[in-house]
Structure formats: structure tokens, C-alpha cells
Design a protein around this ligand. Structure first.
Ligand SMILES: NC(=O)c1ccc[n+]([C@@H]2O[C@H](COP(=O)([O-])OP(=O)(O)OC[C@H]3O[C@@H](n4cnc5c(N)ncnc54)[C@H](O)[C@@H]3O)[C@@H](O)[C@H]2O)c1
Length: 448
């Protein structure tokens, strides 16, 4: 098989992974971005985002990968043009498609037959509008395909190369075939659909995944009140083959670049179309409240948070990525700062120095917990599995661990001398710091 010539607009998480994986499959790929620093970094062999294995994959396929700032150069000779630009939420909660429209405007007039492939997540109906815009620009010979992306950051290469399915929605069967053929070498079912259904598959999938998390988080909150342990409960639920074990981990809520904006986009899409999507609205609100529960857990143990020192461990919205878009850590940190706490943060990769003004980012976990009144696990990084150590115990002002990801074993943590509170774990409610800790731990917090 000779490879196809592909242009990709957007050198972000979706675009770089898509480009590198298509190069791995034997295609020639030109990636275009509008940020000069990204393109010069890529041209110099550096990868501007953190994604496990991506740097190696790009290096291995460097003969088939090119980078440019120039839209015309990117699409010259390209048989397919992939749109991988960001589609963030607007103030109204709808998806902001301005970058998508810019790409359409940037396509040079050409008589060559190309196919525009939408990988960015867009509201249902976008394909129809893009089709009309292309026709209005005299680009009616340019095909259009919706090919939504389901990769998850942290496991993106595997998700792309071994996906559960490949969704292809096209106006013309031949265009659907051309996009399907690009994936030769990947063993996955191809779901062919009309464009609107392909767009909806992506939005509905993400909404369903985040609904599962919000659901188990609500179960967790009830578990705390009635004396059940959500970890066991989730295990028992997940063994039901009709339900499966995935996305049943209770915690401080979902986040990241996609779930929030896609849920909001679907909710607004439904509303704009005359339907009030109640379940989605509730699911979003549950998540907002879940992120804030850490604050009341801290208050339960420490009383007023003014003058206390809290170590937030983990900033990325999940392990394996440096992405902090819509991360629970940012909400929790902002709430703590508003309560008057001194906030320390730590993350092995993500850097929030320019986002969390007033918080101090530390280089090590030990630095973050030294003198702290509480340590909160926000992201389940492997490094935090050994948090409940004698070293941490000796360093903290008060030995309190709030485990926002149920990463640690409660019995082990308590046996190590800490007060412990997880999410949805019944015994947490009995484990208030003043009753269990040494008397001097009840002293008011000192200034560092
Ligand atoms: N990140 C994910 O895990 C993921 C997964 C599935 C789908 N998606 C979807 O993919 C899309 C991109 O997401 P992302 O996370 O890669 O975003 P991102 O912000 O990391 O990357 C987008 C890139 O597009 C560039 N860009 C903007 N306008 C451009 C233009 N006119 N020409 C070329 N480049 C341009 C930006 O500079 C940026 O580098 C979104 O719609 C998102 O919902 C993302």
C-alpha cells in the first residue's frame, strides 16, 4: 500500500497524535499550526505537549512528518485535510467554532479533489453548515467527512491505533471509503453513518462517560451517609456484564479539555433545538458540586481554613498528561485560596505557576506537605501511592490525608498514623482529626 498525503490543521493533543499515528501507518503528513513556537519546536525535534510515547513515535516517523505555519503549503498536494483545531466553550456554553471557520476560510481555491475531515468535536449540524460554506466558496468539489476522535490523553497512541471503533460520517459514500481506507492496518469496526449521526456519536459518548462518573460520585456521597464503601460497591456493580467496570471510580469529579465542554455543548445544542436535557444538566451540576466537596471535608477536620496550609497533590486533570484544562485541581485551589488557606501544589508534569496566582508550586511532594495541615490527593499519580510514609508524617503539621481519588488503602494510611478521608468510604465520617490525633494537633495553625 502506498500511503496517502494528509494535511492536519492543529498541532495540539488531537492533531499531533493523529498526525504521528497516520505517519506510523505509512502516510505522509504535514501538520499546520498558527503558533510559531509550536511549529519551530516540532521542526527542531521537540514535542510541545506531554503524551506518553508521542515523542518516540514522531521521531521514528520523522521522514513522513512535516510542519508548517503556512495553510497553503500544508494543503498543497494533500488528498485529505484533517481539522483538529480546538473548539472550546463560549460564554453561552455552546462550542466556539471560530477556529473551524478560520480553517475553512484559509483553504486555498483549488480545482484538486480533496476531502475535508472533521476530527474536532463539533455540534450536530456543523457538517451541514461547513458543506454549505464550502459550496459558497466554490469548493463544491471538496468532500466532507465527520471522523470524530475518541482518544484519551495519557493513552492516546494506543487509543488511536487500537480503537474500539472508527466512526465515519459522510455525504458521499466514496469519501467515507477514502477515510476508512486511511485506517488500513488498524483492526477495528468502522461505523459508517450520516454526518449528523457521526457528530452525535461523539457528543453522546462523552456525555455518557461523564454521566457514569457523576452517577458513581452520587452513589459515593450516599455511601458516606449510610455506611457503605463505594470502592466495593463499584467493584460489585462493574462485574455485571451489562454495566462493565469502566468509569466507575468515585473521586473529586471529572475534568479535562473534553468532558465539560462537550457536555455543555450537547446541553446547549438540545436547548437551542427546543429540548431541555435534564439528565445532562444534573450531571454537570453534580460534577461542579463534587469538586467542592473537598472543601467541606477539609473544614470538617480543620474548621475554618483561614491560615491553614493545604498541599494539593496533582494538578493535571488525570495522570499521564500535563493537561490542566478544566482540571478539578484549579477549582479546588481557587476555593481554598478564597477561604484564606495557604495553598501549595505539586505535580510531576503539569505547571500551574501562571494560572494559580497565590498558590506555591513545589518541586517535590515532601516540599509540598512540609508544615501542611492537610494533603489532598487530586490526581492519582503513581508517585502518591507511597504518600502515607513516616517521612510525610514527620513533615506535616497535622497528619491529615484527603484522598480525592481513593488511591490509598484507608487501613494502611490510618495504621501509618494519619487521619484519612476518601470519597464515598463510610469510615471517613468517623475519622475526625481532633478525636484521633495527638492533643497538640488541635492547636491553632501557626504561621510558617
Ligand atoms: N484532547 C483530547 O483528548 C481530544 C480527544 C478527542 C477529541 N478532541 C477534540 O479535538 C479538538 C482539538 O483538541 P485538542 O485537545 O487537540 O486542542 P489543542 O488546543 O491542544 O490543539 C488545538 C491546536 O489547534 C491550533 N489551531 C487553532 N487554529 C488553527 C488554524 N486555523 N490552523 C491550524 N491550527 C490551528 C491551536 O494553535 C492548537 O495548537 C477539539 O475539538 C477536541 O474536542 C480532543
Amino acid at each position: 500500500m502506498t500511503g496517502s498525503r494528509i494535511a492536519i490543521f492543529g498541532a495540539g493533543y488531537a492533531g499531533l497524535v493523529t498526525g504521528a499515528c497516520f505517519a506510523e501507518l505509512g502516510h505522509s503528513v504535514t501538520i499546520r499550526d498558527i503558533v510559531p513556537e509550536k511549529i519551530s519546536a516540532l521542526q527542531g525535534g521537540a514535542v510541545p505537549i506531554y503524551e506518553p510515547g508521542l515523542e518516540e513515535l514522531i521521531e521514528r516517523n520523522r521522514e513522513r512528518l512535516r510542519y508548517t505555519l503556512d495553510a497553503a503549503e500544508a494543503v498543497r498536494d494533500a488528498e485529505l485535510v484533517f481539522v483538529c483545531v480546538d473548539t472550546p466553550p463560549t460564554y453561552s456554553g455552546d462550542a466556539d467554532l471560530s477556529r473551524v471557520w478560520t480553517v475553512i476560510e484559509e483553504l486555498p481555491p483549488s480545482s484538486e479533489r480533496t476531502i475535508l475531515v472533521m476530527k474536532s468535536t463539533v455540534p450536530v449540524g456543523t457538517g451541514e453548515k461547513v458543506r454549505a460554506a464550502l459550496d459558497a466558496r466554490g469548493l463544491d468539489h471538496v468532500g466532507y467527512v465527520s471522523n470524530p476522535e475518541f482518544l484519551a490523553e495519557g493513552t492516546a497512541l494506543n487509543d488511536f491505533l487500537e480503537p474500539d471503533r472508527i466512526v465515519v460520517g459522510a455525504f458521499e459514500e466514496a469519501d467515507a471509503e477514502a477515510v476508512a481506507r486511511l485506517h488500513a492496518g488498524i483492526d477495528a469496526p468502522i461505523v459508517k453513518a450520516d454526518v449528523a449521526s457521526a457528530e452525535m456519536i461523539k457528543l453522546a459518548s462523552n456525555a455518557f462517560l461523564s454521566t457514569r462518573i457523576s452517577f458513581i460520585n452520587e452513589i459515593a456521597n450516599v455511601c458516606e451517609l449510610v455506611g457503605a464503601d463505594v470502592v466495593r460497591v463499584a467493584e460489585g456493580i462493574g462485574l455485571d456484564h451489562r454495566l462493565g467496570p469502566h468509569f466507575l471510580r468515585a473521586g473529586v469529579g471529572w475534568g479535562g479539555s473534553c468532558y465539560g465542554k462537550d457536555a455543555s455543548s450537547l446541553k446547549q445544542l438540545a436547548g437551542n433545538s427546543g429540548y431541555h436535557f435534564q439528565l445532562l444538566a444534573a450531571m454537570i451540576e453534580v460534577n461542579e458540586l463534587q469538586r467542592r466537596r473537598v472543601i467541606s471535608k477539609l473544614q470538617k477536620h480543620l474548621g475554618s481554613l483561614r491560615g491553614t496550609t493545604v498541599a494539593l497533590l496533582g494538578l493535571a486533570f488525570k495522570p499521564g498528561t500535563d493537561d490542566m484544562r478544566d482540571a478539578p485541581s484549579l477549582v479546588i485551589a481557587s476555593r481554598l485560596l478564597a477561604e484564606g488557606a495557604d495553598v501549595r501544589t505539586w505535580d510531576p508534569i503539569a505547571d500551574a505557576r501562571d494560572r494559580l496566582v497565590g498558590a506555591r508550586q513545589c518541586d517535590s511532594v515532601l516540599d509540598a506537605v512540609t508544615g501542611a495541615d492537610a494533603a489532598v490527593i487530586v490526581t492519582e499519580w503513581d508517585e502518591l501511592r507511597s504518600l502515607a510514609s513516616p517521612e510525610t508524617l514527620g513533615a506535616m503539621r497535622r497528619p491529615l490525608i484527603i484522598d480525592g481519588r481513593n488511591l490509598l488503602d484507608p487501613d494502611d494510611v490510618r495504621a501509618a498514623g494519619f487521619a484519612y478521608e476518601g470519597i464515598g468510604r463510610a469510615s471517613s465520617a468517623l475519622d475526625l482529626l481532633p478525636e484521633t490525633a495527638e492533643p497538640d494537633l488541635r492547636e491553632p495553625a501557626r504561621e510558617d
